[in-house]
Design a binder for this molecule. Sequence first.
Ligand SMILES: [Zn+2]
Length: 343
Amino acid sequence: MTSSKPEYPYSQPSEPGELIEVADRVYWLRMPLPFRLDHINLWVLEEDDGWTIVDTGLATEATTDIWETLYHQMTDKKPIKRIIGTHMHPDHIGLAAWLCRRSGAVLWMSRSEYMHCRILLEDSNREAPDAAIAFYQAAGFNEEQLNYYRSKFGAFGSLIRGMPNSYHRLKDNDGFIVNNRQWRVVMGEGHSPEHACLFCPELELFISGDQLLPTISSNVSVWPIEPTGNPLKAWIDSCHKLKSVLPENTLILPSHGLPFRGAAQRLQKLTDDHERDLQVIYENADTPKRVVDFFPLIFKSKITHTSLVLATGESYAHLNCLIEQGMMVVKKDAEGVNWYQRV
Ligand SMILES: [Zn+2]
């Protein structure tokens, strides 16, 4: 297969709050994030009779301030018609309820993402459940690491400003019209439960959310709510699916980083890296090891308290994938710790 190097038509990101037209009446809107990953890209589609907003930014004061100004400029002449959430992570969905409430627009989202978000919101009001503690204990967390996890449990709710009480469900392959052009929903999985990407063949545009990013490998994690899940298989399958759907000339509009062309090559690299990690884990599991023992094999940087949960989820994802392939077995010891060994 021929696949050329990724091409970046924009060398510079837009300024926070600035609308940059990347195709006919399709705008790129960057919002700040107070993390090491310091931005998210939102997308705004314009029609004669209103606006469609794709993703909303995190519920911070900085993002709210930018929206305040922009909201007046945008709705001066026409209303917001709909708000689309690619997936339920707080940087994407943070201000959805706030914008919906304010504009009267309906949130469009996949069912799994909407429901999952409502579930996570419930966690704000309770302590870490035993099942979650057991999950991280099984991975090899010590008491100090478990306490850190307990102290952060339920933080999700503070990063988003609630969720609308109803929504419009997006399904794979659904179509909708914006500006007399057909847009199609392409669902992905693995980074989140049912991630909606939006494809407009006529404009050769693909709003990829976190399902396809130019430089970052999206986190693919097993979570305590479904300890035996196999999100890595779902992620790799989704990469193959996107490869088959996207013509090479498609401009990818990702949630993080710069718009780019060259989806096939990027998708290949993403799956190759995971396949390599699976291989490395398998080769090093000649003697029983815990989840945390695999960190140095697949992560370049040192795992700290703040990266611990994601690193654990990602390691679990690779191990569960190998188990489902029949290449790995796991035994729980008397202390509840999982030990993995290759078959
Ligand atoms: Zn995400």
